[in-house]
Design a protein around this ligand. Structure first.
Ligand code: ADP
Length: 270
């Protein structure tokens, strides 16, 4: 396209040239952003497909290992010495553990973005948190925990199952990582701020040292070994869900001073 600019008396040419340069620069930036975005989406989808295929194909051989180990344990008890019996028990335990991990990986890969974010119905977070408390009532009772859910949680347009997973993981963790010195107290609150719904799940548990605040959201990242059971996938799943809606998740915590997990859902979806 040809653009001809006729100066009239009093025109400031330097300003016209600057405006032209800015536009070209903006277009170039937009193009490279679009390309980067497309590449990210491709890489993401490749990774998801890979995780899905790996998890699916790994499960079958693992089940077979577990099955035959059990058969060996049952069929030949008199021929197995104590050392062989212990070895078979370890094989079985690890095959079962790996199957759980692979199953979690599958759940992670299958948690996909809703097709049309703008068409999701508003859900009531208070009701969803209530469902979660019912489903983990046994855990709450066993730990003697007190869980308080605010009545004023902002309604959000998200898939109900996604919000349930967020509350479920965060509340269950708040109880699981309790302090041995205190009765666990968990709070669920929410507010609207800067065009976002901001939810917070707080606890008075063992807390997390600041150098781990980012790391714990990585897949299979844990700060505890087997003394507290877990697979290190819950927070990675929370992060994935929240980011699919354009929100973010983070933690504020200090060792032995409890934790506050925050997550946001943008107001464009409210
Ligand atoms: P999992 O609980 O299966 O290990 P998560 O992804 O849910 O996996 O959590 C990752 C790690 O973050 C946990 O292993 C634990 O060390 C830490 N963590 C999560 N929630 C809390 C919490 N409320 N208080 C203290 N530590 C926590």
């Amino acid at each position: 396209m040809n653009v001809s600019v006729q100066p009239t008396e009093g025109d400031d040419w330097s300003q016209i040239v600057v405006a032209f340069t800015d536009l070209t620069e903006r277009r170039r930036l937009e193009q490279s952003l679009r390309r980067a975005n497309e590449m990210l989406q491709r890489v993401n989808s490749d990774l998801e497909q890979f995780a899905y295929a790996a998890a699916h194909d790994l499960r079958e051989p693992l089940r077979t290992i577990a099955l035959y180990t059990q058969l060996l344990q049952k069929l030949q008890p008199e021929k197995l010495g104590p050392a062989a019996h212990t070895a078979l028990t370890y094989i079985l335990q690890n095959a079962v553990r790996m199957e759980t991990l692979v199953g979690d990986l599958l759940t992670f890969a299958q948690t996909i973005e809703p097709h049309d974010l703008t068409r999701l119905p508003l859900v009531d977070p208070h009701a969803i948190a209530g469902d979660v408390l019912t489903s983990i009532a046994g855990t709450i009772e066993q730990a003697g925990a007190r869980v308080a859910v605010s009545r004023d949680l902002p309604a959000v347009a998200v898939q109900a199952g996604h919000l349930r997973q967020l509350f479920q993981n965060l509340i269950a963790n708040a109880i699981k990582y309790r302090s041995p010195d205190r009765i666990p107290e968990v709070g669920v609150t929410g507010t609207e701020r800067d065009r976002h719904a901001v939810f917070c799940v707080s606890d008075n548990g063992m807390g997390i040292s600041p150098e781990y605040h980012n790391r714990i959201f990585g897949i299979f990242k844990r700060l505890h070994s087997t003394e507290i059971q877990g697979n290190g996938i819950g927070l990675a799943l929370c992060k994935k869900i929240v980011e699919q809606y354009g929100g973010r998740i983070w933690v504020e915590s200090k060792v032995d001073a409890g934790s506050k997990f925050y997550f946001t859902i943008p107001a464009s979806l409210l």
